[in-house]
Design a protein around this ligand. Structure first.
Ligand code: COA
Length: 382
């Protein structure tokens, strides 16, 4: 396999983007990424998107986007793995460049969620239709069950759980693309309306519109395009049970652990080498369990550690310097690509006020459903 680098990034702001259609958002992100890399021609394009059909009645996204960004003729296809669609698009583009089949690939992600009449129904199509969605349970409900199991087993208090979104909002203040760059307090989390006990509004990632794109090329050609290529050194992907009731343990996410192990093995690094990690905090409990599955904390320890100041600057691995899904926003198909963008900016030293100093390795972890899929990327500064 050839070595592969990210040479350009571009994204929209995340939020309620009423004036932009799904193709407008994708084009904004794609053209910014192409400008950033200084490339005019894309050979192959992957579009991560969970549900453009239900959200906007538009399928066939690969061709739609290739056409709309002026790349008619390029190989173009959509990639779907629920909320992990974006991360899987990056993985697919990586594989194509690594194989030698093409030199310039664009991996993008997009979702336009605010156009749907019932976003919860659309999201629930990523759960088990016959057992979960049919019974009326939504993703906040599923993650609430995980939170309850974790809190009872490990004695995590409601106040300690609130430390996760408080930290992520603090990070998002320095992210110009964030949907909710406002400070948040523990009291603010505890007073927010109840969504699915014990999860409140401020434990939940929001409904978001947005798009994100990266350009990949072989590492040995990357310097033709940028002084600061960032190498993708590890990728791991895994599937898990589609239904929460099929997890052997509600406090674990096996697909995340497997994807992480595969990425660490490929990169030949361990958690102690990682300076920062973008994790899939779709709900505050998810960040805690994911941080444990990726080996940054022992089981049962991440929640209390974050409540005691871990996960932010100057205290070990920085978790979600971008603000994460909670505060940056979660246009589901775009999320995994936006995580890779944050890693790239950090490793290029271009993350502004949220810069993690002296970072050599960064990690991005993207997840579908309640752990039905996960993909992990490890990137290295050059
Ligand atoms: N964080 C911060 N503020 C939020 C927010 C969030 N997650 N979600 C909504 N808000 C704000 C809105 O901006 C709005 O503010 P305003 O009154 O000043 O305009 C207010 O809270 C109410 O928003 P609204 O859109 O009416 O909330 P809602 O009750 O319809 O939806 C959730 C809230 C949590 C149910 C919804 O965001 C949700 O379903 N999130 C989970 C998405 C999900 O499952 N993703 C996939 C993960 S696997």
């Amino acid at each position: 396999m050839r070595e592969v680098a990210v040479i350009g990034v571009g994204m929209t702001r995340f939020g309620e983007l009423w004036s932009q259609s799904i193709r407008d958002m994708f084009a904004e992100a794609a053209l910014k990424a192409m400008d950033d890399a200084g490339v005019k021609k894309i050979e192959s394009l992957y579009v991560g998107c969970m549900s453009s059909g239900l959200y906007t009645a538009q399928e066939h996204l690969g061709s739609v986007m290739a056409d709309y960004i002026g790349q008619r003729g390029a190989a173009a296809v959509r990639v779907e793995s629920a909320c992990a669609s974006g991360g899987q698009a990056v993985r697919a583009a990586f594989m194509e460049v690594a194989s030698g089949a093409c030199d310039i690939a664009l991996a993008g992600g997009v979702e336009k969620m605010w156009d749907a009449e019932d976003s919860s129904m659309v999201l629930a199509t990523a759960s088990d239709q016959e057992y979960e969605a049919y019974s009326g349970v939504t993703f906040p409900g599923l993650y609430a069950m995980m939170a309850r199991a974790y809190m009872e087993r490990y004695g995590l208090t409601r106040e300690e759980l609130a430390a996760v979104p408080v930290k992520n909002h603090k990070h998002a203040i320095n992210n110009p693309h964030a949907q909710y760059p406002q400070p948040l307090t523990i009291e603010g989390v505890l007073k927010a309306s109840l969504v699915a006990d014990p999860l409140r509004l401020m434990d939940c990632s929001p409904i978001s519109d947005g798009a994100a794109c990266v350009i990949l090329c072989p590492l040995d050609k990357a310097k033709q395009y940028t002084d600061k290529p960032v190498k993708i050194v590890g990728i791991g992907s895994a599937s898990g049970p589609i239904a929460l009731h099929d997890h052997a343990d509600f406090t674990r996410l096996d697909a995340v652990r497997l994807a992480g192990e595969r990425a660490y093995k490929m990169a030949n690094v361990s958690p102690k080498n990682i300076s920062f990690v973008e994790v899939h905090d779709c709900f505050s409990i998810a960040e805690i369990i994911v941080a444990e599955e990726l080996g940054f904390f022992e089981y049962g320890k991440a929640g209390k550690a974050i409540a005691n100041g871990a996960g932010t600057y100057g205290n070990g691995v920085v978790i979600n310097p971008s603000g994460g899904l909670k505060a940056k926003g979660h246009p589901v198909g775009a999320t995994g690509v936006a995580q890779v963008i944050e890693c790239t900016l950090q490793l290029q030293g271009k993350a502004g006020k949220r810069q993690v100093e002296n970072a050599r390795y960064g990690m991005a972890q993207n997840m579908g459903g309640s752990g039905g899929s996960s993909v992990v990327h490890i990137l290295e500064a050059q």
